[in-house]
Design a protein around this ligand. Structure first.
Ligand code: SAM
Length: 234
């Protein structure tokens, strides 16, 4: 069992559990005093620990030794327009699994959903990191309008715009310059003409095709991250 905790991790640290974590470990997984639990907090790497107190809604783990150093994902962000609830969850989960360093939901003209639950999406990112043995949990930002995000953008990070109007174009991601990137994926309705014009005019935006078929937004996110990781990831 692996748990992500807020608390700092170090030799001998006593790590308190949240009521939900205590319920999961002792109620659901039937763990108890003396059992070993792997821990990470997104900063201090992976640690072994042992249950030293187990209650119904509380518990304490004692941190023993570092099992692996902190890993950081490649410097790739994902900007995406939320779609239906389960498929938005899917995008966040896969972005965390595939090694995105930050996840930024944006509202575009044709964004299907006007609101998101940022805390729920953050919990999905955390679960994905727990599952895939990662020690890093990408932060999920609050949703902002795409225009606002672009207005304040630091052009040192280039934006790889998955542009469905280029569907079938021959170029691939193979020639991309290394450096910090953010992938941009549109909603089911794609980008509006006004958004396209704005994106085309920005010097830090590179439009790309993801191949000969129009992909669903969730598939497009997975495909773009995977292609970027194959070209520039480690
Ligand atoms: N409604 C749009 C249309 O009919 O052209 C399709 C939008 S697509 C379902 C959702 C998003 O996935 C797009 O905005 C784009 O970012 C990305 N996408 C899907 N297929 C793509 C492709 N072949 N090349 C580049 N981006 C793609």
């Amino acid at each position: 069992i692996r748990l992500c905790v807020e608390h700092p991790l170090g030799v001998g640290q006593a790590v308190p559990l949240s009521p939900e974590q205590a319920h999961y470990l002792f109620g659901v997984m039937r763990k108890g005093v003396g059992d070993a639990i792997a821990l990470f907090n997104g900063r201090d790497g992976e640690w072994t620990s042992e249950v030293v107190e187990a209650g119904k809604k509380r518990g304490i783990l004692a941190c023993r030794e570092q099992a692996a150093p902190q890993q950081m994902p490649p410097d790739l962000w994902l900007i995406f327009a939320p779609i239906k609830k389960e498929r938005t969850d899917f995008i966040v989960e896969k972005a965390a699994e595939l090694g995105c360093a930050r996840i930024l939901p944006v509202q575009t003209e044709f964004t299907n959903s006007g609101r998101i639950r940022q805390d729920r999406l953050q919990a999905h990112a955390l679960e994905a990191a727990e599952q895939c043995l990662g020690t890093f949990v990408p932060p999920v930002d609050e949703m902002v309008p795409l225009s606002k995000l672009l207005a304040g953008w630091d052009g040192a990070r280039r934006i790889l715009w998955a542009d469905e109007s280029l569907v079938g174009a021959a170029e691939t991601l193979a020639g991309l310059a290394p450096g910090p990137w953010a992938i941009l994926i549109g909603p089911e309705g794609g980008f509006s003409e006004a958004e396209r014009e704005k994106l085309r005019a920005l010097p830090f935006v590179t439009p790309v095709s993801l191949g000969p078929r129009i992909l669903r937004a969730d598939t497009a996110a997975v495909a773009a991250i995977t292609l970027w990781q194959a070209a520039l990831g480690d």
